[in-house]
Design a protein. Structure first.
Length: 665
């Protein structure tokens, strides 16, 4: 069957070329009559047309030249002028004929002036920029003294299409790229498939009168792309992707782009996917270009952006592309894993509960783990899959947060047992979310307040950050410390945008967010006296709202618990006070502060425990003492620790008492 189709295509291809060459020959014949000062009779013209029609009637699909004339409604004069441009490309003697007709060997090319001389039914409008030939970029006009004498050249993309090749605009290929769905991938999830079908219904396949603009909003970039690709498959329209950052910013270039895109749609029925996700819609000059493009083209257009663009003069239909539901993610995991690792299906709930991945990310994770399976070690395989998901979900928060490599273990954290027990409760809440929220029905009963948040309060160095590290290591999750100086902005609305960026990025993997010194950002709401007070209160309210719905764990640390808003504290699920370590606790910290490979001699940990400093300061003293000992080639001794202690107390602006260091040396 395929061989038959190929043979039929070959026959059409040959017949199409024969038709085009015959049409050019008619124009060449007119030129010869003009050069020889012979009259071109109507009888000859009718015979030539009859020959062309005979070729066309034998073709199952009309020849490309006839299609082009119909598509752009070309007059007979415009068609003949176009054939002159084609003749220059495919007819060997055509340049010489033009030079002879112009009586100038330097003018071996067609011109409008020559066409006006030899053709009938001429009209000046064919020369204008808005006419069919120039307006649709079918003919290119070269440089010259006056327009009628400028050289004419067929557009390369049009020539290839007329010769029977698929239409490809070489100019537009510098901007927009063709995209399509992978043929071997699992179909879209039901919610995204429904959006694609709704868009297809908005654009009736045979209607060219109007195309409402579609806008896909949300965080899932690949999901929006796949919805657009599926829409194209439903309508049998190709989809071409253009980043808004690549829009030409010069007026002339921008107008050329718009016109050539309109031409592209006439040939290919293409959908333009305009990716606006890297554009700052509030401050970017590109925004005006985007709006102008939206308002001036009437072709199938899909805009993707994180937030909605406001287009008051255009008909825009918005679709919010939500993240996959729990059931949709579960279905995708099972569909992919069943093909090569069905034994991992029992672990899917843990993956879905922790990682909120897109369809593309799930597919990518499964493909990676497929290459690293080590059956029958099921637990090892799951650990590999978990690590792959963790990397896939790792958010890009480089500008606003710092990822911490967590090495602290339970034995490194010296805190009272009640505080340790609460930390273990936090772990239980994170591990059992699916069972409690989904299987036991708490999420269905009330979806508000399901976010997990904790407040760690206490003096600097009492173990708050280390406790966050222990949680992250125990749960095998990423820990991000939020840089408050990058988050808080003096400009109204910027702080909320930064917070939204943090939480949105973190949602994919449910990472642990650590807001150090939270009282600096989330202090008590003030009485409203001016617009700044009102805005500061809005920032706190926004944070409360995001923490209530965040799927991961958000930890706030503060040195001053009393400075936090009471309403804020009510919405925090866990509050842990890290007390200043007593002598017994400090002694335990000293016993564990030096790594096993650190040489030491004569250390009295009980005496060191009398030093009235927190764990963070103990670490600083131990580290400084190690450097002092290493510099003189000795093991760490009490004298080195004493010298380091003096330096640390000087930094703290504290006085070192005899009671603390009595009997050290």
């Amino acid at each position: 069957m395929n061989r038959i189709n190929v043979m039929m295509n070959d026959r059409w291809y040959a017949a199409n070329y024969d038709y085009l060459l015959s049409a050019v020959a008619i124009v060449a014949q007119r030129l010869e009559h003009y050069v020889n000062e012979q009259e071109y009779s109507s009888q000859t013209y009718l015979e030539n047309l009859s020959h062309l029609e005979a070729i066309a009637e034998q073709m199952e699909t009309p020849p490309t030249l006839k299609q082009l004339c119909t598509l752009f409604n070309l007059s007979s004069f415009e068609r003949d002028m176009l054939l002159m441009g084609i003749g220059m490309a495919i007819y060997p003697n055509f340049p010489a004929l033009c030079a002879t007709a112009h009586r100038n060997p330097q003018m071996a090319y067609p011109t409008f002036n020559l066409g006006l001389e030899i053709f009938s039914e001429t009209h000046w409008s064919a020369l204008t920029p808005q006419g069919n030939l120039r307006g649709w970029h079918l003919l290119q006009v070269g440089t010259g003294t006056v327009l009628p004498l400028c050289p004419l050249q067929i557009d390369e993309s049009i020539l290839h299409w007329l010769m029977g090749e698929p239409f490809q605009d070489s100019y537009l290929m510098n901007f927009a790229q063709l995209r399509s769905l992978k043929k071997n991938r699992i179909s879209l999830c039901s919610s995204h498939q429904e959006i694609a079908e709704n868009i297809a219904n908005i654009w009736p396949e045979k209607s060219r009168e109007t195309f409402p603009i579609v806008q896909l909003c949300g965080l899932e970039t690949m999901a929006k792309y796949e919805i657009a690709m599926m829409t194209g498959e439903i309508l049998n329209y190709p989809v071409k992707v253009l980043s808004a950052l690549r829009l030409p910013n010069q007026v002339e270039d921008f107008n050329v782009f718009k016109q050539r895109w309109q031409r592209e749609v006439l040939f290919t029925n293409s959908i333009l996917l305009l990716d606006c996700e890297q554009v700052n819609l509030d401050h970017s000059p590109i925004y005006s270009l985007i709006i102008e493009l939206i308002e001036q083209i009437n072709t199938p257009l899909i805009i993707t952006s994180f937030e909605r663009l406001q287009c008051p003069k255009s008909s825009v239909i918005n679709f919010d592309v939500a993240q996959l539901t729990h059931d949709e993610q579960t279905f995708l995991w099972k569909s992919h894993l069943d093909t090569f690792a069905p034994e991992l299906n029992g672990s899917i709930n843990r993956l879905v509960t922790q990682f909120n991945l897109s369809a593309t990310a799930i597919e990518g994770a499964c493909l990676q783990v497929k290459n690293h399976l080590s059956q029958p070690e099921k637990n090892h395989n799951f650990h590999q899959l978990w690590e792959i998901c963790r990397r896939q979900a790792r958010p890009r928060l480089d500008n606003l947060a710092q990822r911490i490599e967590c090495k602290a273990k339970w034995e490194d954290l010296i805190i009272p047992e009640p505080q340790r027990q609460i930390l273990k409760e936090i772990i239980a809440h994170l591990r059992q979310r699916f069972k409690v929220y989904e299987q036991w029905g708490f999420a269905a009963q009330n979806s508000r307040g399901l976010g997990l948040s904790a407040l760690f309060s206490g003096q600097s160095g009492t173990g708050k950050t280390m406790a966050a590290e222990v949680l992250a290591k125990e749960l095998n999750l990423d820990l991000y410390r939020i840089d408050l100086s990058a988050v808080v902005s003096k400009y109204i609305g910027e702080t909320e945008k930064n917070l939204r960026q943090i939480f949105d990025a973190a949602e994919t993997g449910g990472v642990i967010l650590l807001f150090d010194e939270a009282d600096a950002l989330f202090g008590k709401r003030t009485q409203v006296k001016d617009s700044h007070d009102r805005h500061a209160n809005l920032e706190v309210s926004y944070l409360l709202q995001r923490m209530e719905v965040y799927q991961g764990l958000a930890i706030l640390t503060t040195n001053l618990k009393d400075s936090l808003d009471s309403a804020f504290l009510r919405r925090i699920r866990f509050v842990i006070s890290f007390p200043f370590p007593d002598e017994e606790v400090r002694t335990e910290i000293w016993k564990r502060i030096f790594p096993p490979q650190t040489p030491n001699e004569g250390l009295n940990f009980k005496k060191l425990g009398k030093l009235s400093v927190a764990g963070g300061n103990i670490r600083n003293i131990a580290l400084n003492a190690a450097f002092l000992a290493a510099d003189v080639g000795e093991p760490v001794m009490m004298k080195h620790i004493l010298q380091a202690t003096y330096s640390e107390y000087l930094k703290l602006e504290k006085s070192l008492t005899d009671t603390e260091i009595k009997g050290w040396i």
